[in-house]
Design a protein around this ligand. Structure first.
Ligand code: SF4
Length: 309
């Protein structure tokens, strides 16, 4: 049984009495001790999906299940306590004039919690942070250590959390800091009772760190599978482009326009950019799955990207 399941969820935002649907037929699963990644272009719905998991959107249909039970008014607050959200640019929230220790205390006070040095020590060990850092100011520590401080603060306010959601965690970071953060995420997922959801437009960190990757486009999940499977044999043309477009892969040209979404179509959201479109692609496209590799495409490919490097 997965820890968190979204089943055929359609969701969006209600404004002035009107609902604008941004997510369509989202089915996604996060298991215990799993790292799940979401990638796709800007505007594809990653942030809305995160907000939906955080119960901050209007769910039109479908269900969200936690530990096998649909979330309802009675279970909502317990569910929320189990989830930590680390927003994009979270490093900016660190105050350079305060010591790390004082900042941890401050954020705990803001959440009505008292500082417990034993728990903080355990949390610091869990994220791989040397406690000597507590006496230092943010500007005195490296980017990689700052990331760990942010994770420590997240755990300090939610010590029993089961899921950490990180939005664009490596954006604007140097490669070494990004790599260290991703390694920390992997280590925490495998050594603790915690799972991660990592969302990023750049597929590199997502493919590197995740057990399973979901590719989004125009508010839909268009493909999902194990990262090595997607790299070896992408089915959806957008995933193929996403992988080909990475440095070190094929030099075959990719239309940059395909990196943008167009949600104004009733059929496949990738229709206008697709080189394989065919009759029926302008109608609703069902999600299919072969051996746990899911895709939403009428003419799936089996691109062996690795051979085209
Ligand atoms: S469903 Fe059709 S238009 Fe959409 S990606 Fe597949 S082949 Fe292209």
């Amino acid at each position: 049984m997965a820890m968190l399941d979204l089943l055929n969820v359609n969701a969006g935002y209600a404004e002035n009495g009107k609902l604008e649907e941004k997510l369509h037929d989202i089915t996604l699963s996060i298991g215990n001790k799993n790292v799940v990644g979401i990638t796709g272009p800007s505007g594809c719905g990653k942030s809305t999906l995160i907000k939906t998991i955080l119960l901050q959107t209007a769910v039109v249909s479908g269900s969200i299940e936690y530990n096998g039970n649909e979330i309802n008014a009675g279970s909502m607050s317990g569910y929320r306590k189990d989830i930590v959200y680390v927003p994009q640019n979270s490093l900016d929230s660190l105050d350079f004039l305060w010591t790390v220790g004082d900042q941890v205390k401050k954020v705990m006070r803001q959440h009505g919690l008292s500082y417990d040095s034993g728990e903080i020590k355990n949390a610091a060990e869990f994220v791989g942070l040397d406690l000597s850092v507590m006496k230092r100011r943010s500007f005195e520590i490296s980017y990689g250590t700052r990331h760990k401080v942010v994770l420590l603060m997240a755990l300090a306010v939610a010590p029993h959390s089961r899921l950490i959601i990180m939005d664009e965690p490596t954006t604007s970071q140097d490669p070494v800091s990004s790599l260290n953060l991703l390694k920390t995420v992997r280590k925490m997922a495998s050594s603790g009772n915690i799972s991660f959801l990592i969302a990023a437009s750049n597929p590199d960190p997502v493919f590197f760190v995740s057990d399973r990757v979901y590719v989004m486009y125009g508010g839909w999940i268009v493909e999902d599978g194990r990262p090595e499977e997607l790299i070896r044999s992408a089915r959806h043309p957008y995933t193929e482009d996403l992988i080909r477009f990475r440095p070190g892969y094929s030099s075959r040209s990719v239309s940059p326009e395909s990196m943008y979404t167009d949600a104004n179509l009733s059929g496949c959201p990738f229709y206008i950019y697709c080189r394989r479109k065919t009759a029926g692609c302008d109608a609703s496209i069902p999600y299919r799955s072969d051996d746990g590799h899911g895709y939403r495409c009428l003419r799936p490919g089996g691109l062996n990207v690795a051979e085209n490097r």
